[in-house]
Ligand binder design. Structure first.
Ligand code: SRM
Ligand code: SF4
Length: 551
C-alpha cells in the first residue's frame, strides 16, 4: 500500500534548499505581517517562528483586524556559551528590534519575541556581525546541542563542551539559504555546491535533539533527547561516551499512540571519530526509516520502537562499520544548577544567577548589561533556564559582587522555586492550552506555605509546568509535573525521580489550582509521615501510587 507523505514533506523537497518564496514574502507582501503559508514552515529551519500575541486576539477580532503577527527568533548556541561582547550585541538587538525581552530556553539558548517582519533582516544581520546565528535552531534538523553547563570545573569538562560545537557543525544543513534570504537578500549561491549527503532534499522526518551529560550532573535531562551522550571520565581522563537513543517527551491529549520515552543506552564509544560517526549515522537511520506520513509518529523514539532497540542498533552498526563497546557504569546525583559562586580547577570564578523560567527580568537585564560592559566574564545558559557568569578572575570577582549588590540581584529564593521549570506558553505560543511561565511562579508562592507546614522548605522537589503536552519544560521528568489541558487546568503528574531517570505518570486529570493545593496538602503530609529515610518525594510517590510495593 503506498503511503501518503505529509504536506510538510512536500514543502521541504520542493523548497529549493529551504528558500521557498521567503525573499518574496519578506520583500513584496507588505499587506501582511506574516509570510506565505509554505514559508511559515521553511522559516523555522532558519530559527524563526511566526506567532501572534494571543492576549490581543479577541480585541483585534472584534475590530475585524488581522492577527497581530510577529516573529520569535531562537539562536543556535551549542553548549550555551557566548562572550561578553556577544551578550552586549544581543542586549542591544533585543532593545532595538524585539520587545526587549530575552528568554533563556530549556535547551541553553536565547529567544527574542515580538519581532516584526521588516525587522527580521536587520536583526539577523546584527547577530551575524556578532558571530551569532539562528541556523537550524528549529525545523526538521538537528537542533541546539546541549551539554552540562558547568563545563569548566575541570579541563575535561572543556573538552566535552567542545563536542557540542563539533556535533552542531557536523550536522548543520549545507544550504546557504539563511545567508541568501536574511543577509544578502538575493540568490547568489549555486545549488550544485549545496549537495547535502546527510539531509538530502528531504531533511529529517522531524526535529532532532542531542544532549551531552557529564555525571554526576544531569542538568540536560540526557534521556529526554533523541540522542544522549553520557560522558565517562576516569582518573581525570575522558574515556568516551555511552550513547542513548530514542528519548523524547511529547504526547498528544487523546492520542494513545503518542508517549513520552526515555532514551535506551545502546553502547559505549571511545574516540571522537567513533562518536561523531555514530551520531551522524543515527541521523541517517532516522532519515531513512523515520515515519514521514504522520508527524505525530515521526520522532526517533517511534522509529526506535518500530525497528526495536536491537534492530536499530544492528542497522546502525552496519552503517558505522564498528560495533559498540559494553556500556560503562555511571550515576547521576544532581540536576539543579549550583547557584551562587563556585570556583573551577584554574581558580576562576563562576556565578550562577537564578532566572525564573528563563525570563530575564528588567533588573537582571540591566545587571547583565553592566557586567558585560566590563568584559570580564563569559555568559553560559543552563538547561535549567538559568545563566552563569563564567571565567571571572579573582581580581575581577569583587566588581561583579558590587554590581550584584547595587542592582539588588540576590534574593531569598525557596528550594522549590529554584527547582522549578516552565515553558513559555501564553501569550506567544500558538499551541498553549494553559498558562505556564506566567503562572508557575504564582503557584509556587501558594505551595511554599505547605512546604513550611511540613518542614520541607529545604527539600529540592522538582516542579515543572507546561501549557500543553508537548513537554517543552520537560514536565514528564519531574517529581511534580503539571501539563496544561485547558484554561486553568492541568494534568497532575507524579512519580518521576529527582535526576531525570524515571518518567512520571498521570496521577489526576484536569486539576484546578484549588484541587492541586488540596491534593498537595494531603500528599506532602503522607510523605513526611511515611517516607523511608532519605527517600525523595518522587520516589515516595512512585512507590505509593505506581508500584505494587505500596506502603
Ligand atoms: Fe518546544 C514547539 C518552546 C524545548 C517539545 N516549543 C514549540 C514552539 C516552537 C511552539 C510552536 O511549534 O509553534 C514553542 C515556542 C513558544 C514560544 O512562544 O516561544 C516551543 N520548546 C520551547 C522552549 C522555548 C521552551 C522554554 O520555555 O524554554 C524550548 C526551546 C528549546 C530550544 O532552545 O531549542 C523548548 N520543546 C522543548 C523540549 C525540551 C527539550 O528539548 O529539552 C521539548 C520536549 C522534548 C522533546 O522534544 O521531545 C519540546 N516543542 C516541543 C514539541 C513536541 C515535539 C514532538 O515530538 O511532537 C513542539 C511541537 C512540535 O514540534 O510540533 C514544540
Ligand atoms: Fe508551547 Fe506546549 Fe511548548 Fe509550552 S509545552 S511552549 S505550551 S508547545
Amino acid at each position: 500500500m503506498s503511503k501518503k507523505l505529509s504536506q510538510i514533506e512536500k514543502i521541504k523537497t520542493q523548497s529549493d534548499g529551504l528558500r521557498g518564496t521567503l525573499i518574496q514574502s519578506i520583500e513584496l507582501d507588505n499587506h501582511t505581517g506574516t509570510v506565505r503559508t509554505d514559508d511559515e514552515t521553511l522559516i523555522k529551519f532558519h530559527g524563526m517562528y511566526v506567532q501572534d500575541n494571543r492576549d490581543r486576539r479577541d480585541e483585534r477580532a472584534l475590530k475585524k483586524l488581522d492577527k497581530l503577527y510577529s516573529f520569535m527568533i531562537r539562536l543556535r548556541i551549542p553548549g550555551g556559551v557566548i562572550t561578553a561582547t556577544q551578550w552586549l550585541a544581543t542586549h542591544e538587538i533585543s532593545e532595538q528590534y524585539g520587545t526587549g525581552t530575552l528568554k533563556i530556553t530549556t535547551r541553553q539558548t536565547l529567544q527574542l519575541h515580538g519581532l516584526l517582519k521588516h525587522q527580521l533582516r536587520p536583526t539577523i544581520k546584527a547577530f551575524n556581525t556578532a558571530k551569532l546565528d539562528s541556523i537550524a535552531a528549529c525545523g526538521d534538523v538537528n537542533r541546539n546541542v546541549i551539554v552540562s553547563s558547568h563545563p569548566q570545573v575541570s579541563a575535561i569538562h572543556r573538552q566535552v563542551y567542545e563536542y557540542a560545537d563539533k556535533i552542531s557543525t557536523l550536522l548543520l544543513p549545507k544550504t546557504q539559504a539563511y545567508y541568501e534570504v536574511f543577509i544578502d537578500g538575493e540568490k547568489i549561491y549555486e545549488r550544485s555546491a549545496e549537495a547535502d549527503p546527510l539531509y538530502e532534499e528531504r531533511y529529517l522526518p522531524r526535529k532532532f535533539k542531542i544532549a551531552i551529560a557529564i555525571p554526576p550532573t544531569n542538568d540536560v535531562d540526557v534521556f529526554t533527547n533523541d540522542v544522549g551522550l553520557i560522558t565517562i571520565i576516569e582518573n581525570n581522563q575522558l574515556l568516551g561516551f555511552n550513547i542513548a537513543i530514542g528519548g523524547g517527551l511529547a504526547t498528544t491529549h487523546g492520542n494513545p499512540n503518542t508517549y513520552a520515552r526515555l532514551g535506551s543506552i545502546i553502547g559505549f564509544v571511545d574516540s571522537e571519530e567513533k562518536t561523531l560517526k555514530a551520531i551522524y549515522e543515527i541521523l541517517t537511520v532516522q532519515r531513512d526509516f523515520g515515519n514521514r506520513e504522520d508527524r505525530k509518529q515521526s520522532r526517533l523514539k517511534y522509529t526506535v520502537d518500530t525497528l526495536t532497540v536491537q534492530g536499530f542498533k544492528n542497522e546502525l552498526e552496519k552503517r558505522i562499520g564498528f560495533t559498540f563497546d559494553e556500556v560503562r557504569s555511571f550515576s547521576f546525583s544532581e540536576r539543579n544548577d549550583r547557584y551562587g559562586w563556585e570556583r573551577n580547577h584554574q581558580k576562576n570564578w563562576f556565578y550562577t544567577l537564578f532566572v525564573e523560567h528563563g525570563a530575564i527580568n528588567p533588573e537582571q537585564k540591566q545587571f547583565l548589561f553592566e557586567v558585560a560592559k566590563l568584559g570580564i566574564s563569559n555568559f553560559i545558559f543552563s538547561g535549567n533556564q538559568n545563566l552563569i557568569l563564567g571565567e571571572i578572575s579573582s581580581t575581577n570577582k569583587s566588581k561583579v559582587e558590587s554590581l550584584l549588590l547595587s542592582h539588588n540581584i540576590e534574593k531569598e529564593i525557596s528550594a522549590l522555586r529554584k527547582s522549578s521549570m516552565a515553558c513559555v506558553a501564553l501569550p506567544t505560543c500558538p499551541l498553549a492550552l494553559a498558562e505556564a511561565q506566567r503562572y508557575l511562579p504564582e503557584l509556587v508562592t501558594k505551595i511554599e506555605p505547605l512546604l513550611q507546614k511540613y518542614k520541607l522548605e529545604k527539600d529540592e522537589i522538582s516542579i515543572r509546568m507546561t501549557g500543553c503536552p508537548n513537554g517543552c519544560g520537560r514536565p514528564y521528568v519531574s517529581e511534580l509535573g503539571f501539563i496544561g489541558t485547558g484554561p486553568n487546568q492541568y494534568n497532575f503528574m507524579l512519580g518521576g525521580d529527582r535526576y531525570g531517570e524515571r518518567l512520571n505518570k498521570l496521577y489526576k486529570e484536569k486539576q484546578t489550582e484549588s484541587q492541586i493545593l488540596e491534593e498537595l496538602d494531603i500528599l506532602l503530609g503522607e510523605f513526611v509521615s511515611n517516607k523511608y529515610h532519605d527517600e525523595t518525594f518522587g520516589d515516595f510517590a512512585n512507590r505509593s501510587f505506581f508500584n505494587d510495593n505500596k506502603f
